[in-house]
Design a protein around this ligand. Structure first.
Ligand SMILES: [Zn+2]
Length: 322
């Protein structure tokens, strides 16, 4: 049966009706800005509009931030603070008239890649998304790792440099503080000041450098921009080496906006993983780009929704099939 995945982001709500094979049959977008009441209303409208008159087996909200799965609420969301503390299931399930579940957005995207993308055909996947922050999700033995409270998989807040730069979470030296799109932009502005003759340096005279500038200039061959991406890729590799040791995944898939730099980042990541991780895990793992792009959240959430074609059901400890 079809199900609905809702990707609730910092600026928009994307709701899609998805069939069992991962085809998005219809999708609508609403803004996520506004008060908690407006946010809830817009989620409800998005779901109602996209559903139309068709029958769906369930709805899953992929939400940014730390969740408490038992209470179906977000407890900490720096990118969407208005969602914090709302009992999402209580507010929406009766009105939607379909089973509703809540999942962390990166974990939902990981599930999307596992079912329909880079993880198709494997049982063990680590997914990392490089955006403004760094999100993550882990699938082990075909089951999404959720932890005691639904907050597992926060790979971006793994400490990889004890005295490194401050992270948005308050810690120092998180993977997010060294390899996210924001970290790449910050480092590029520093590098531009050091290497004023580079294309990066010349652009910085005109305006602040953004993450996408770094990828573009690196592709055009600017050594300074290439160095920034290699540095981020190396830090990513420091983190991934530990994930490879801990989870022994078949595939590590890297998605998100900053991952569009592709091999400019990933070749450094692979090199670092080879230096640091243990054999045989390091020799057998495939480190590659994610394949679904921004649709992974909607696809993964839809596949996780109750009735979504026999998926493991959220909140049931991963052992109960719909
Ligand atoms: Zn952090």
């Amino acid at each position: 049966m079809n199900s609905i995945g809702v990707d609730v982001g910092g600026t928009k709500i994307a709701a899609g009706v998805v069939d069992a094979d991962g085809n998005v049959l219809d999708e609508v977008r609403y803004p996520s800005a506004g008060s908690p009441e407006v946010l809830i209303e817009n989620i409800f409208r998005a779901v109602s509009e996209v559903r139309g008159s068709s029958e769906v087996g369930g709805v899953c909200l992929a939400v940014p931030g730390l969740i408490l799965a038992q209470e179906n609420k977000v407890v900490f969301s720096p990118n969407l603070p208005n969602i914090e503390g709302i009992p999402l299931k209580d507010e929406l399930e009766a009105r939607i008239e379909a089973p509703l579940t809540v999942e962390n957005d990166a974990s939902a995207a990981a599930w999307g890649e596992f079912r329909f993308g880079a993880g198709s055909g494997v049982d063990h996947l680590v997914f990392i998304t490089l955006g403004t922050g760094v999100g993550g999700g882990v699938i082990s033995h075909g089951v999404l790792l959720r932890g005691a409270h639904g907050a597992a998989g926060e790979l971006g807040h793994t400490t990889i440099h004890a005295t490194g730069p401050r992270c948005a979470c308050g810690n120092r030296g998180c993977l997010e503080a060294l390899a996210s799109g924001s970290a790449i932009a910050r480092r590029a502005n520093e590098m531009a000041a050091e290497r004023t003759d580079s294309a990066l340096g010349k652009l910085a005279v005109k305006r602040k450098i953004l993450g996408e500038d770094v990828s573009r200039l690196a592709r055009e061959g600017d050594d300074a921009a290439i160095s920034v991406l290699e540095e981020a890729g190396t830090w990513l590799g420091v983190g991934v080496a530990s994930f490879v040791n801990v989870f022994n995944p078949e595939v590590v898939a890297v998605g998100g906006g900053a991952s569009e730099a592709g091999e400019l980042i990933l070749s450094a990541t692979r090199r670092e993983v080879h230096l640091r991780a243990r054999s045989p895990s390091r020799d057998l793992v495939r480190i590659q780009s994610a394949t679904l792009g921004p649709e992974s959240g909607v696809l993964g959430a839809a596949a996780l929704a109750r009735g979504g074609d026999g998926e493991y059901v959220l909140g049931d400890g991963g052992g109960d099939r719909a």
